[in-house]
Design a protein around this ligand. Structure first.
Ligand SMILES: [Zn+2]
Ligand SMILES: [Zn+2]
Length: 358
C-alpha cells in the first residue's frame, strides 16, 4: 500500500489542499500511523502533523477511499523581496555591509555617539504576474553569524553577544502586515564588528507561509580591508585578550616603524634599550575592542587601525625614565600622538601603558 519512501500512493483528502499523507510503521509493534506533511514546508522542522489516524497491526485493514481526490491547489506563487535604501534588490544569501556604530558608553568625552543604520524595504510579489501584492506579512529575526571580526570568544562565556537593533522592534520584528507599496525596517549595527545573520519570514496574503529571505549584516569597518598585522622588529605584540587585535593601517604602521627605528637608534648615552611590547592595537575588522571580552568599552579608540598601546610599566615590562624619554621623543618625531593624557608622559603616575594614536 505504501511506496518505498513512505508516502501513501493513493489520495488522502486534506483540509487545506497543501498537504499530502505520510505513512509511518513503528519498528516496535508494527503499528501504522497516517499523518499529513506540509509539502510547501522548506525543512523537516516545518512538518505539520495535522491529523493522525492510528490502526493497530492486529486490526482489520482500512479500505481505501473510493472517492476521487480533489486536485491539490498549487503552492502559493507569492514571495518576499528585499531592497536596500539605494533601490537595489538584496537576493537571499546576500552579505549586507554596514560600518560599526560608535557608542560613547564609558568613553564619554572621547567619542560621541554615532550609530550607523541601514534601511531596508520589504515587498511581497506574485511570481506569476510580477506584481507587488498587499496583505502579506513579514517578520525578521537576527542571529549571531559565524564570523566575529576578531572577537574570538563566544557568546556563552562572556554574556550574550549584542546583535544590533531592528526598528520598529528590538531584535525580532513580529509579523507586520504591509501593502503593495511595501514596508520598511531599519537595522542599527552594533559597535562590535561581526556577522549578524537575518531571516525575513513571509506569510502570503492567503495566510500561507511563503519563501522569505536570509542574509547577513556584515558589521565591519570598510577601511579594515586595508588593515594589516603589525609585525615590526623590537615590538612584541602580546595581545592576550584578543590575540588577533594586532592590526593597523599601512600609514599607521609606517609611522610606528619610524618611531621604533628612532627609539632603537637613540643617540643619547643609554647603554640599554628594552624591547617594546603592545597589549592591543585594532581588531581585524575594526569596531569596538572590548578589552575585557564583555562587548563593552572602556578601551576607547582602538577601532580604526590608528591606535596602539605600548607597555611602560607592567609586571614584565618596566621602562626606566631614560627609556621612556627616548620612546616619547621617538613617538613624537614619527608624527604620532599621545592622545589620552592619563596614558601619556603627562600622567601624574606612570601608567601601565601609553596609548598612542595617529
Ligand atoms: Zn571581544
Ligand atoms: Zn589604548
Amino acid at each position: 500500500m505504501a511506496s518505498a519512501n513512505g508516502v501513501v500512493p493513493y489520495p488522502i483528502e486534506s483540509t487545506d489542499g497543501q498537504t499530502t499523507a505520510t505513512l509511518k510503521i513503528s519498528p516496535n509493534d508494527g503499528s501504522v500511523a497516517l499523518g499529513c506533511i506540509n509539502t510547501s514546508a522548506s525543512s523537516a522542522n516545518d512538518i505539520l502533523i495535522s491529523s493522525i489516524v492510528y490502526y493497530p497491526n492486529t486490526g482489520p485493514s482500512p479500505s481505501p477511499s473510493p472517492s476521487p481526490s480533489p486536485s491539490p491547489s498549487p503552492a502559493s506563487s507569492q514571495k518576499i523581496a528585499l531592497f536596500s535604501d539605494d533601490g537595489l534588490q538584496i537576493p537571499t544569501g546576500s552579505i549586507v555591509p554596514i560600518s560599526p556604530s560608535v557608542y560613547q558608553g564609558l568613553c564619554k568625552g572621547i567619542h560621541a555617539d554615532s550609530p550607523t543604520t541601514r534601511n531596508l524595504s520589504v515587498f511581497c510579489f506574485d511570481t506569476s504576474t510580477s506584481n507587488f501584492v498587499s496583505g502579506c506579512k513579514y517578520s525578521v529575526i537576527l542571529k549571531a553569524g559565524t564570523k566575529t571580526g576578531g572577537h574570538d570568544h563566544d557568546t556563552a562565556t562572556a554574556g550574550t553577544r549584542p546583535l544590533g537593533i531592528i526598528a520598529p522592534e528590538i531584535v525580532t520584528i513580529s509579523p507586520q502586515t504591509f501593502t503593495a507599496e511595501g514596508a520598511s525596517f531599519s537595522y542599527e549595527a552594533t559597535d562590535i564588528a561581526q556577522d549578524v545573520d537575518f531571516e525575513i519570514m513571509g506569510i502570503g496574503s492567503d495566510g500561507r507561509t511563503i519563501p522569505g529571505i536570509k542574509g547577513t549584516f556584515r558589521v565591519m569597518d570598510p577601511a579594515s580591508t586595508g588593515f594589516r598585522p603589525i609585525e615590526l622588529p623590537g615590538l612584541v605584540m602580546n595581545v592576550q585578550s584578543h590575540p588577533t587585535g594586532i592590526y593597523g593601517t599601512s600609514t599607521f604602521i609606517s609611522k610606528l616603524d619610524k618611531a621604533l627605528n628612532l627609539y632603537f637608534e637613540n643617540p643619547a648615552d643609554i647603554d640599554h634599550l628594552s624591547e617594546l611590547e603592545s597589549q592591543g592595537a585594532t581588531l581585524p575588522w575594526g569596531g569596538l575592542f572590548d578589552i575585557n571580552r564583555d562587548w563593552l568599552n572602556p578601551h576607547c579608540g582602538h577601532r580604526d587601525g590608528k591606535t596602539i598601546d605600548i607597555s611602560i610599566n607592567t609586571p614584565l615590562i618596566k621602562l626606566d625614565p631614560l627609556e621612556r624619554n627616548a620612546l616619547e621623543s621617538a613617538i613624537s618625531e614619527a608624527g604620532l600622538n599621545f592622545y589620552y593624557a592619563p596614558e601619556s608622559p603627562e600622567a601624574k603616575t606612570v601608567p601601565t601603558h601609553w596609548h598612542i594614536q595617529e
